[in-house]
Design a protein around this ligand. Sequence first.
Ligand code: ZN
Length: 168
Amino acid sequence: MSLEAQNPVQFDDLYRDLILDHYRRPRHKEPLADATVAAEGLNPSCGDEIRVELRVEDGKVAGIAFGGLGCSISQASASMMTEEAEQRTVADVDTLSQQVQEMLTHEGFDVDAVEIGDLEALSGVAKFPVRIKCALLAWKVLDIALAEARGEQATSDSDIPVRIASTN
Ligand code: ZN
C-alpha cells in the first residue's frame, strides 16, 4: 500500500490541486527578456534548483520568470510566486515573501490575517518538515534578487545556498 493511500487526508493537504496544476503547467517558466537581476539557489536536502529573473522598473516588479528542476513542491512554489509577484511594488513583494515564509515555517499560521491570494495553497507544507525547504527555496532566491535590485547585500541562509547570477 502506498503512503498516499495510508494517509489520504495528510497528503491531500500537501499536494493540493492548485500545487499539482502549477507543477504540471508552470507559469512564467521561461527566460525573461531584459531581466535586470537574476539569482539562483539550491535545496541540498532534495536536490531542487531554482533560478529567478526579475525586471524591476520604477520600484515595481515589471517582469518575473523562473527556471529550475526538482520536486513538485519546489517548482509549484516558484510558479505560484511568479504569478503573485508580477506587477507589484518591490516593497509589496518583499512583504509577501516574508508572510509566505512565516506561513511555510509555522503550522497553524493564520492565513486569513494576510493577503497572500492563491499562495494559501502552500500552507499545508508546514506540516511536513522535510518538504519545507522545497517550498522555501524560490522565496529565498527571490529575497536575494530583491535585495540586489534595491542595491542591498542580502544575507544568505546556509541551509539553502542562494547567490546572485548573471542576467544573460
Ligand atoms: Zn523538493
